[in-house]
Write a protein that binds this ligand. Structure first.
Ligand code: NAD
Length: 343
C-alpha cells in the first residue's frame, strides 16, 4: 500500500457530486493513494458558508497543494467573482494543460493526440478594461490592455517543454501573433525561442506558427502538431478547438498547474439540464484524475485508468447518453470498476 497523498476534493454544482461519486468509486477500485479532504465551493459554498470559495476550501488546497474539482457555478447577482478565476489567482495557476486524444474512433478526426498548454494568468485576460465617453455616449470607445511578462511567459513555456519531454513528445509549437501584436505576443515568442536555445535544443523540436494559420492547419491536418503552447486568449480558443477535434467538451479534462498548487477538473460545466437524473458522463473528470495521477508520479495507475476507460467505451461499448449510449452514470461506473478489477 503506497503512502497516502492528501488531496482536496470539491464536488461542485449540478452534476458535480454525481461525477465525483463515480470518480471515487473508480479510484477506490484502482487502489489510488489519495486521502480526500472534501470541501464545498460554487453554489454549494454560497449555501453552506455564504461564499462561492469558502476559506475552508482555500485552506485545504493551501495544505494539500492538490485538488480534484467538479464544475462550479458562479451565482448571478450578489457581485460574486468567478471561483475558477479566483482559484487561478490565489494559487498562481499559470499553466492550463488540456490534452485532446481520440478515445472513440470513427469520428471526424481519428488518432488525435494533442496537448495545448495555455498561459493562464496574463495576456488580454487581466481585466484592465475601460470606456472613453465621446459626445454623450459613455461607451463610445472600449479599451482593453494586455500584459505579458518575460517571467510569466518563461514559466509556462518551461512547463510546456518539460512536460513534452517527460511524456515522450516530439515537438513543441509556439503559437503567437507577433507579426501584429509585436510587443504583447512577441515577448512570448522571443522568450520561448531563447529558452529553447538555452535549455531544450537537441532534446525536443521547436516550431512556431501564427495563430490564424494554426487554426486553419489544426482543421486541415491536426496530426502535424504535438504540443501547442500559447498566450491566454489564443489558448482559451485553441483548447476548445482541439476538444472539438476529438468529440467535444464532454470528454475533455484539464489541469491548472501553479507555483502553489495543481487543480484538476473536467472542462465541461455543471450541466444543470441533466443534474440529479443519473445521466452524467464522468469520463472527463476521470481523465482529469488520470492527469492528477501522472502529476503525482503514478503513471502506472494513470495508464490503468485510461485503459479501463478505453476498454469500457470501445470493447464493452458501455456509454452514457451524450456518447450515443444508453447507460446511466451508475451502470457506466460499474462497468469501469469491473474492467479495473478484471484488468
Ligand atoms: P455545460 O458544460 O454545463 O453543459 C453544456 C451541455 O453539455 C449540456 O447540454 C449538458 O447537459 C452537457 N454536458 C456537460 N457535461 C456533461 C457530462 N459530463 N455528461 C453529459 N452531458 C454533459 O455548459 P453550460 O450549460 O454553459 O454551463 C452550466 C454552468 O456550468 C454555468 O453556471 C457555468 O458557469 C458553469 N461552468 C463551470 C465550469 C467549471 O467550473 N470549470 C466550466 C464551464 C461552465
Amino acid at each position: 500500500m503506497s503512502t497516502p497523498i492528501p488531496a482536496t476534493l470539491i464536488p461542485g454544482d449540478g452534476i458535480g457530486p454525481e461525477i465525483v461519486d463515480a470518480a471515487l468509486a473508480v479510484f477506490d477500485a484502482l487502489g489510488s493513494p489519495f486521502e480526500w479532504d472534501r470541501q464545498v465551493a460554487g453554489l454549494a459554498g454560497v449555501q453552506a458558508h455564504g461564499d462561492p470559495l469558502p476559506k475552508a476550501a482555500l485552506d485545504s488546497i493551501r495544505r494539500t497543494r492538490l485538488a480534484l474539482k467538479g464544475p462550479l457555478e458562479t451565482p448571478s447577482g450578489g457581485g460574486y467573482r468567478s471561483s475558477n478565476v479566483r482559484l487561478r489567482e490565489e494559487f498562481q495557476l499559470y499553466a492550463n494543460v488540456r490534452p485532446a486524444r481520440t478515445i472513440i474512433p470513427g469520428g471526424r478526426f481519428d488518432n488525435i493526440d494533442l496537448l495545448v498548454v495555455r498561459e493562464n494568468l496574463e495576456g488580454l485576460y487581466i481585466g484592465h478594461e475601460a470606456y472613453i465617453p465621446i459626445d454623450g455616449d459613455p461607451h463610445a470607445v472600449a479599451m482593453s490592455t494586455g500584459v505579458n511578462t518575460r517571467q510569466g511567459s518563461r514559466r509556462v513555456l518551461e512547463h510546456a517543454f518539460e512536460l513534452a519531454i517527460a511524456t515522450g513528445r516530439k515537438k513543441v509549437t509556439i503559437v503567437h501573433k507577433a507579426n501584429i501584436m509585436k510587443a504583447l505576443t512577441g515577448i512570448f515568442l522571443e522568450t520561448g525561442q531563447q529558452l529553447w536555445e538555452q535549455k531544450y535544443k537537441g532534446r525536443i523540436e521547436l516550431d512556431t506558427v501564427i495563430i490564424d494559420a494554426c487554426a486553419m492547419k489544426l482543421v486541415l491536418n491536426p496530426w502535424q502538431f504535438d504540443v501547442l503552447v500559447t498566450t491566454n486568449l489564443f489558448g482559451d480558443i485553441l483548447s476548445d478547438l482541439v476538444a472539438g477535434l476529438v468529440g467535444g467538451l464532454g470528454m475533455a479534462p484539464g489541469a491548472n498547474i501553479g507555483t502553489d498548487a495543481a487543480i484538476f477538473e473536467a472542462v465541461h460545466g455543471s450541466a444543470p439540464d441533466i443534474a440529479g437524473k443519473g445521466l452524467a458522463n464522468p469520463t472527463a473528470l476521470l481523465l482529469a484524475g488520470a492527469m492528477m495521477l501522472d502529476h503525482c508520479k503514478l503513471p502506472d495507475l494513470a495508464a490503468r485508468l485510461r485503459r479501463a476507460i478505453d476498454e469500457t467505451l470501445n470493447i464493452d461499448k458501455v456509454r452514457t447518453g451524450d456518447l450515443g449510449g444508453n447507460a446511466g452514470t451508475a451502470a457506466y461506473t460499474q462497468a469501469l470498476v469491473q474492467r479495473i478489477k478484471n484488468g
